[in-house]
Structure formats: structure tokens, C-alpha cells
Design a protein around this ligand. Structure first.
Ligand code: ZN
Length: 267
């Protein structure tokens, strides 16, 4: 489809990339992405996907904007404190790019809605703030066969990995069991620099845009780990686990089940 004058102006700096062009821009506008969690990772993800012209974006979050979110959750401003994040985030990215369609889902991503929700989108980006949601997102994406971008950040450590179900390692292949409640520090306990959440979230957005455009190589079977203290990236090769509970040879998870686990940080 030909682009309007306004679209050419808006997207000009990516259109001139040979890897994008008009066909890439159309690919972006035909793509749909569900973003789980509109927090420290979700903020840059939602910003860059909407700015790039991803045509249909869903955002699910159950929380309201809190004062303690403002140092890293860049979609929100001080007057937003107390308002539902999914709604504020959707308003913000609609203002940024009125050409795209945005669906705000106020609520928790849980065992009851996980599979139906992910099935409605081409791709899922997990920027959630707890391990229970992280495993749920992984399981739902494997069962519904949806490309997943995973990211996490706590303290000065961040990580990013993508999953192409049954073709590359899933999150559970790498980390078979969720950590027990109370066994790992949460964001609230361990803290995080806002800029580090921004960095990891931006990597996740970049990974999603690359996958939609078919540019380069996705982070499949590669876990990228960022050490914020040394500003050093490390790549950890990972592989599918034949005993994986969800994507292995004899899966024990054949339907979505709720998971009890510790909170993490990302949000
Ligand atoms: Zn697996």
C-alpha cells in the first residue's frame, strides 16, 4: 500500500533504511503486538513500537501509576499518579501516533485469560514485574505458537531473549522452575536505575521491530545479559531442553495453569 504524505514525513528516518522502505513500513502497520506490563520495560517498548507505526498494539496492566514508578516508567507524568496505567499508556501512545490502533486492557494477565489474549496478537512482549506472569507468558506463547520477546531487569542486571516456539529455546528451557516466593529480591527490595530499565526495554522494542521487519538475526538461543555496573553485554548460548515442561518431547504443561512465584523487578 502506498504511504500518505504525512506517513512519509513521520517515518522518513526509518523509511530510508534499505531494510525498511515502503514494504517494511507496511509490514509494521500490519503487525499486532501485545505488551504485558506497562512499567519500566513496557514504557520504552510501547513508545518505540507505536512511534515506528506498529499497526495494532495491546497493553495489559492491572496497576495504577504510583509515585515510585516515575523515575523509570517514562510514559507517565506526575499528574498521572493514581490513574490506571493501561489507560494512561494507551492515551499517551495514541497521542504520539494517532494512526495506529491501541487497546488498553485493565487487569491482570492470568491463567484464565493468558492463552486467549496472546492468540489475538502476532507477537508478545513480556515486560512484566513478576515471575508468575513471566512463566505464564512463556507457556501461553508456546501453546499458542506466538513469537515472544522476554526481558527482565533487577538491580544492575538486565537480560533479553526471544522465543520462537518449538524452534528455539523457550524461557522454561533455560530456567525450568520459577523461583519460590521470597527467594529472590523484588524491584521494591533490590531497586533499579531508571535508565537501565530504559536500556533493556529499548533492546526489547528493537528486537520486536527487527523480527517484524525480518532484519538480521533475532535473539534465538541466545540470552543477552547486561552488567550495568561494568556497562558490559554478555551473550549466553542457550538451547532447547528436550525435557522442557512446555516445549519438550513429553510436555507436562498442555494447558495454561496458574503459577505461584516470587515478584521480580522489570515493572
Ligand atoms: Zn521450552
Amino acid at each position: 500500500m502506498a504511504l500518505s504524505k504525512a506517513q512519509v514525513a513521520r517515518y522518513s528516518r526509518q523509511l530510508i533504511l534499505p531494510e525498511v522502505g515502503v514494504s517494511g513500513q507496511n509490514r509494521l502497520s500490519e503487525a499486532s503486538v501485545l505488551v504485558i506490563g506497562a512499567g519500566g520495560l513496557g514504557s520504552p517498548v510501547l513508545f518505540y513500537l507505536s512511534a515506528a507505526g506498529v499497526g495494532r498494539i495491546g497493553v495489559i496492566d492491572a496497576d495504577a501509576v504510583a509515585w515510585s514508578n516515575l523515575h523509570r516508567q517514562t510514559l507517565y507524568e506526575t499528574p498521572d499518579v493514581g490513574r490506571p496505567k493501561a489507560v494512561v499508556a494507551a492515551e499517551r501512545i495514541r497521542r504520539l501516533n494517532p494512526e495506529i490502533s491501541v487497546e488498553a486492557i485493565e487487569g491482570r494477565f492470568d491463567a484464565a485469560n493468558a492463552k486467549d489474549l496472546v492468540s489475538r496478537w502476532h507477537m508478545v512482549i513480556d515486560g512484566s514485574d513478576n515471575f508468575a506472569t513471566r512463566y505464564l507468558a512463556n507457556d501461553a506463547c508456546v501453546l499458542a505458537n506466538r513469537f515472544l520477546v522476554h526481558g527482565g531487569v533487577v538491580n544492575f542486571q538486565g537480560q533479553v531473549m526471544s522465543v520462537r516456539p518449538r524452534q528455539s529455546a523457550c524461557y522454561r528451557c533455560v530456567f525450568p522452575e520459577p523461583p519460590a516466593v521470597g527467594s529472590v529480591p523484588s524491584c521494591q527490595e533490590a531497586g533499579v536505575l531508571g535508565a537501565e530499565a530504559g536500556l533493556i526495554g529499548s533492546l526489547m522494542a528493537h528486537e520486536a521491530l527487527k523480527a517484524i521487519l525480518g532484519v538480521g538475526e533475532p535473539l534465538l538461543n541466545r540470552l543477552v545479559v547486561f552488567d550495568g555496573r561494568l556497562s558490559r553485554f554478555r551473550e549466553v548460548p542457550v538451547r532447547r531442553n528436550p525435557d522442557c515442561a512446555v516445549c519438550g518431547e513429553h510436555p507436562t504443561i498442555n494447558a495454561i495453569q496458574s503459577i505461584e512465584s516470587a515478584p521480580t523487578c522489570a515493572g
